[in-house]
Design a protein around this ligand. Sequence first.
Ligand code: ZN
Length: 222
Amino acid sequence: MNKRAVILLSGGLDSITALAFAKAEGYACYSISFDYGQRHKTELNAAQRLAEKYGVVEHKVIQIDLRTIGGSALTDDIDVPEVAQEGIPVTYVPARNTVFLAIALGWAEVLQAEAIYIGVNAVDYSGYPDCRPEFVTAFEKLANLAIKSATEGKPIYIRAPLMSLSKADIITHGTALGIDYSETISCYQADAQGRACGQCDSCRLRRQGFAEAGLADPTRYQ
Ligand code: ZN
């Protein structure tokens, strides 16, 4: 049996690059997306298309409505800002990566997967606490205390291959691994056709990344 990995796939630029890293490591890839009440469902469609295009074994969409909790511009009635803010931005979704990784961990144990890949990044990460290396290290420790297979001598690894890369480096690596970014959606408020606003923090970082990588920006803007 090929070694397996579960990849958190959002439909964005970072997570598809994380998947490309997992494939390059020789993993049979199982991708997971979350329908969590985000503003636009187009990213879920993008994740589905990307999963098919890049040959994952199985793609799963989990329904978990984080609007019940609220507290974020992505899940509550709070505007997405068009200028960079002080501190942690309102687009932070309370405990999102903890919740997502916990569910991915359950699936990984069922699959007897060796690793979970998450496309978090500490360079251009906008200040989200659940994108820090300390968080990933701590979750890996928790994971190995939490699951039955780890107590039976089969540890699980949480991989964050983009952690120390700039957006430009991520784009350069992903392009070299054969990723076409035209189908990815990074915008916090993409329209129903998946076209980006060009104004939000995520759009700004992405555009800057393509410019610094010296590559044409394939993003479809409104
Ligand atoms: Zn945007």
